[in-house]
Design a binder for this molecule. Structure first.
Ligand code: NDP
Ligand SMILES: C[C@H](O)[C@@H]1OC(=O)[C@H](O)[C@@H]1O
Length: 255
């Protein structure tokens, strides 16, 4: 039989930033594929809503209402919630951006973006890997951005953190391979979410995006979930340290 399984039946996935946009889409996609899901975000009302959506799909949902900058508390809450239940999949999705020009970046902006997008992502990946190591298997998926691969006008600090996520993915994949833990990254171009809402309301900005996007349209969230399910499933068991662009062709656009 050559078709590998894309099923996540019986798996447990943890998704950071799981109440809106890309994180919510991934969490629901995972539930549709058979996984139980731990949802992490800072807004309780939103967490309860997505919890109900996961349960409506017949899967178990757990919620952790906490800022990932307090990653030690997140890790303690995961332990408290799950006990001995293994974590099969960890998605570092939560991310923020403050779109300042390089000459205007403040230290506070720097610290906030770096703490959420890079420091928290690393230490949560480290904690997940420590648990997965005991089971000699696991899938860590990091959400980077095209902005980590090429210079966009959406802020240098955000770009630095997204580029760091790509390199973190490679180094973790190298070190964790001996425990059969796969580490991969997704690099999205533009998708309609709260994070990009303001940008995508600007017709001139959208036209600039489309001018550089061979598929000539903004992505649909369901078109990103497939990649996240692939990286979470047995279908990707021999794929690690990789970054997959889900970008409408933007990164190959020359002239
Ligand atoms: N949308 C896009 O076009 C692109 C997005 N990306 C990346 O995808 C990821 C998701 O982005 P997107 O879905 O657009 O973002 P949204 O702002 O739409 O959603 C962010 C999610 O993360 C949660 N969140 C934000 N900050 C924190 C925090 N400090 N601690 C815990 N949870 C947090 C939010 O809930 P709450 O506020 O309640 O905590 C929400 O659930 C990010 O890493 C982003 O960089 C990459 C390329 C393109
Ligand atoms: C494609 C980028 O990641 C995009 O640019 C932004 O400023 C938003 O934060 C999105 O992440």
């Amino acid at each position: 039989m050559y078709l590998p399984s894309f099923s996540l039946d019986g798996k447990l996935a943890v998704v950071t930033g799981a109440t809106k946009g890309i994180g919510r889409a991934i969490a629901l996609g995972y539930a549709e594929a058979g996984a139980d899901v731990v949802l992490i975000a800072r807004t309780l009302e939103d967490l309860e809503k997505v919890k109900k959506e996961v349960e409506a799909l017949g899967r178990q949902a757990f919620t952790i209402c906490n800022d990932i900058k307090d990653y030690k508390k997140i890790i303690a809450k995961v332990d408290e919630l799950l006990g001995e239940r293994p974590i099969d999949i960890w998605v570092n999705n939560a991310g923020v951006n403050i779109r300042s020009q390089a000459l205007d970046v403040t230290e506070e902006e720097w610290m906030h973006i770096v703490d959420v997008n890079m420091k928290s992502a690393f230490f949560l990946a480290q904690a997940a890997a420590k648990k997965m190591k005991g089971n000699n298997k696991g899938k860590i998926i990091n959400v980077s951005s095209v902005g980590g691969h090429m210079a966009l006008r959406t802020g240098v600090v955000y770009a630095m953190t997204k580029s760091a996520i790509i390199q973190m993915t490679k180094n973790l994949a190298m070190e964790l391979g001996k425990y059969s833990i796969n580490v991969n990254a997704i690099e999205p171009w533009y998708f309609p979410t709260a994070l990009t809402e303001t940008l995508l309301k600007d017709e001139a900005y959208v036209n600039d995006i489309l001018d550089r996007t061979p598929l000539n349209r903004i992505g649909k969230l369901e078109e990103l979930v497939g990649t996240a399910v692939y990286f979470a499933s047995d279908a990707s068991n021999y794929t690690t340290g990789q970054t997959l662009f889900v970008d409408g062709g933007m990164t190959i656009y020359g002239f």
